[in-house]
Each structure stands twice: as C-alpha cells, then as structure tokens.
Design a protein around this ligand. Structure first.
Ligand code: KG4
Ligand code: ZN
Length: 340
C-alpha cells in the first residue's frame, strides 16, 4: 500500500510517501518559521497562504524522489485536526479532491495520533505498550499507547504547553521566536541554581502539569535583575521545566507500571530535559527513547504512516466526506469515529 501523507495543521507543510512494504520512500518539509518570526508568533492567515503555495510542489517533489507516479497511490492521508482551521482546510481540500480524482480513499488523521505513532518510524522502534510524553508548542501530555487507536490520556497541562512556556519566556528574555532553542543556548552559560523558580503542581497527586506561573515569575526576575543575569534566569527556567517533566514522567511510569518512555514533540530536543530524564529513569530500569528530531516535530511522514496503519486495519472513511476538518478534536472522539 502506497500512502501519500499531508500535514498542514500549523506552520509546517509536510508531505511524505510511505509504503507498507518499502517503508518511508520520501519525506519533504517546508518550515514557515522564518516567515512568522518577525511577528513573534504564527499568523494564521499567512500560514494558510503559505501552505497553498508549497503543498502541490512538495507533492510533486516526493513523487519524483520516490520515482512513483500519482496513479501508484493507494490512499491519501492528511491531518484533519486539531490545528488552525485555515491551514487544515488547505491540506483537506487538496487531499480530498486529489483522492476523489484518483478514486482512492482519503483518510483524515488526528495530528496527535501521528505524533504518538511516529516513534514507530524510527530505526530502533520501541515496543508497545509505552508511555508517551508529548511536549510541543501546543501540547504537553502523558499518554499510554498500546497500539493503533489505543491511547489513553494519563495527564496534561492545565494551562500553557511546555513549548509555549519556552517561547513566552524567551520573548521576555529578548530572544526571537520560536524561543525554545535560543533560550536553551542562552541557558548553557547560566547557573540553573541561581534563582529558585516555582514548580507549579509538581506534587499534585495526579499527572497534570502547569507552566503558566513560571513565565510570571520570570517576568518579575527580568525586571528586577541586571541584563547579565539573563543566562542564569534561562538556566533556572529550563531547570524548573525539566524537574516538572521528570517528576511527572516518573509518576506516570509507576502509575502504569510501564518500563518504556517515548518522548515526542519539539521540546524533546532540549538537551537538559534529555539528560535528566535519562539520569532519573534509566537507573530504575526504564528504557527512554527519543525519536530522531525530524520525527519529533511536525512532519508528513507520521501522517502517511498513521494512514497506512489505518488502511491495514481495514479502516475506510465514510463517503461523501467533503472537506472534513476538526480544529478542536478530542482524541477519544477520533478513535471512536474509527470504531476504536
Ligand atoms: O513539535 P513542534 O515542532 O511543533 C508543535 O508545536 O507542534 O514544537 C515546537 C516547540 C516550540 O515551542 C519550540 O520553542 C520548542 O518546541 N523547542 C524547544 C527546543 N527546540 C524546539 N524547546 C526547548 N528546547 C529546545 N531545544
Ligand atoms: Zn505537532
């Protein structure tokens, strides 16, 4: 089965070709980060227009790379939600119309299902079941993953996502969008113990988390401290986020009695977080996996892969579907729509 995957939920146009026998044949990505940087965040209307500009050329590119014609496709999988409505519509419109013209199924995939399954695309694929820590600009969640469609939410942030906290804090420190990588570079020369920042909900008896109080604490420090203290503020912030995530990860693993943790999402690139998760969990016999960075962040490969698994399981979309998008979409509703 040859599946074309299309991801346009936010600020990345991702297109890939996945073959159930040959694996990932081609994978292309156009990032809009530079375009949005001067606005300090994603501008939805600009994002949609840029997807319009890049989607068809990227589809041509992956077909050419893989040496396959359009007529070889068995299905098209696209991100149907959650995400920015206009951006999702671009992917949905192209996928549904192309599929109709080719008389093949179009599968609307949940963006988080893509992220949760993406570790299985890595060369060293983790065995299921595992606990997934999804830490991106939009989500911070612990999920237990036991197979396709078998996900249960263990806990999540009650306010900002961890990546969002990184981006907002970076902005307070005068760094440009997206601030996560810049903040972590600044933190390298800082002392993480210099300022004691709050760890909201760290000891709550559940797996929920909170990050919004951190940026308020940082904003007070930025006002009261000299410019030279900024690396220490960055390091202290990063330490607080890392402590929170490590503590809750350990709790999630003991609550589920699982021994495998898979970290996905852009914040999973953070070196301090990686180091500290390994240092805390490996001595407890937990196998911690970080998929390659290009699979952690938004991409078309994870959508093509999820589509191929859905097809293999016999899932077929109902017709007529129209341009089906769900800007807000609980994962449970999605799983139910496939009968999981
Ligand atoms: O998964 P992702 O590419 O996009 C979605 O949000 O879906 O994640 C982007 C987020 C941004 O908030 C970015 O600042 C953060 O990941 N990020 C990092 C690092 N690299 C990216 N945060 C902390 N440390 C990093 N090294
Ligand atoms: Zn994402």
């Amino acid at each position: 089965m040859l599946v074309l995957g299309i991801e346009t939920s936010c600020d990345e146009t991702g297109v890939a070709l996945y073959d159930s026998d040959g694996g990932l044949l081609a994978d292309a990505l156009h990032s809009q980060v530079a375009m949005h940087a001067s606005y300090g965040g994603v501008v939805p209307e600009l994002a949609s227009r840029d997807h319009v500009r890049y989607l068809l050329p990227l589809i041509h590119q992956v077909l050419q790379q893989a040496g396959r014609p359009l007529s070889a496709l068995d299905a098209i999988a696209y991100t149907a939600g959650p995400g920015l409505a206009g951006a999702l519509l671009v992917g949905s419109a192209v996928a549904e119309s192309l599929a109709m013209a080719l008389r093949i199924p179009a599968l609307g995939i949940h963006h988080l299902e893509g992220h949760l399954l993406s570790p299985l695309l890595a060369e060293q694929r983790p065995e299921v079941p595992f606990v997934a820590l999804l830490v991106s600009g939009g989500h911070t969640q612990f999920m237990s993953v036991s197979g396709l469609g078998q996900y249960s939410l263990l806990g999540e942030t009650v306010d900002d996502a961890a990546g969002e906290a990184f981006d907002k804090t970076a902005h307070l420190l005068g760094l440009s969008y997206p601030g996560g990588p810049a903040l972590s570079r600044l933190a390298e020369s800082g002392d993480p113990t210099r300022f004691s920042l709050p760890r909201p909900m760290m000891h709550s008896h559940d797996l929920n988390m909170s990050f919004s109080g951190l940026k308020t604490a940082v904003s007070q420090l930025v006002q009261s401290q000299p410019e030279s203290a900024r690396p220490h503020i960055a390091a202290s912030f990063e330490q607080a986020v890392s402590d929170l995530l490590c503590h809750k990860a350990a709790r999630a693993l003991s609550a589920t009695q699982m021994k495998r943790l898979v970290v996905a999402g852009g914040v999973g690139a953070n070196k301090r977080l990686r180091r500290e998760l390994l240092a805390l969990l490996e001595p407890r016999g937990v196998h911690v996996t970080f998929p390659p960075f290009h699979l952690c962040t938004d991409n078309g490969a994870m959508i093509a892969f999820a589509g191929a698994l859905r097809l293999a399981q016999g899932n077929r979309p109902e017709h007529p579907r129209g341009f089906a998008i769900h800007p807000r979409w609980p994962l449970e509703d999605y799983a139910l729509s496939w009968g999981n």
